[in-house]
Design a protein. Structure first.
Length: 222
């Protein structure tokens, strides 16, 4: 894999900024990501702050990276693709299942309204909250626990993103969608597909399989 950093890289913010620009040009716009707002956010957002310090030089490569506790930060293309499928817009309430590093959370917070994010691994949630607070985000509500058992049982969302794969689509998530809402999530055990599930205004639910993916399994409190 060709590094986005030169051998003489000094790890300065200019180098990271250059790496982000190349990431967007080659991995996102260079493929099929066309939403200008998604591209601009990912061009600005310092992804290297969301990975362990010894992996910061790899933060803008086209691959997932480990973040501890058996979890990963998704490759930039997957983050951009899932976000674009959600059709984000200002003021849009969004639910994220799987805070992880907090990077996808930050992308949503930049593009949407209130973001509710849930993480079952308390240590990861704590790390993500620290980074996101330092970056100044004030439109994120954090929960630690099972993503399918939120305390606000009647809260509904225009968009839901799930960053871990259950074996089947949880009906609890479909119930969380407002009419016209969109749910983007990986599903499957061994073989996984990214699904786009839409709850139409009349109540009908449609499901579209987008492409094969590989996510960590969804954890549940038993």
């Amino acid at each position: 894999m060709m590094s986005l950093f030169s051998k003489q890289s000094s790890n300065t913010e200019d180098e990271f900024r250059h790496a982000r620009r190349l990431m967007v040009e080659r991995q996102l716009a260079g493929r099929d990501i066309t939403n200008p707002d998604v591209l601009e956010v990912m061009r600005r957002l310092p992804r290297h702050l969301f990975v362990p310090s010894d992996l910061q030089l790899e933060a803008y490569e086209d691959c997932p990276l480990p973040i501890g506790y058996g979890q990963t930060i998704s490759q930039p293309y997957i983050v951009a693709s899932m976000t674009e499928m959600l059709r984000p817009h200002e003021g849009m309430p969004v639910l994220e299942i799987g805070t992880g590093s907090g990077y996808q959370t930050a992308v949503l917070a930049e593009l949407c309204g209130q973001v509710v994010t849930v993480e079952i691994v308390a240590e990861l949630s704590t790390q993500a909250q620290r980074v996101l607070k330092e970056l100044g985000y004030a439109n994120i509500t954090f929960h630690i626990g099972d993503g399918l058992m939120l305390p606000e049982a009647d809260e509904r969302f225009d968009g839901i993103i799930v960053t871990a794969a259950p074996e089947t689509v949880p009906p609890e998530l479909i119930e969380r969608l407002k009419p016209g809402g969109r749910l983007v999530m990986p599903v499957g055990r061994v073989s996984q597909d990214l699904l786009l599930i839409t709850r139409e205004v009349g109540g009908k639910v449609t499901t579209q399989s987008l492409y094969p993916v590989r996510f960590v399994p969804m954890q549940r409190n038993r």
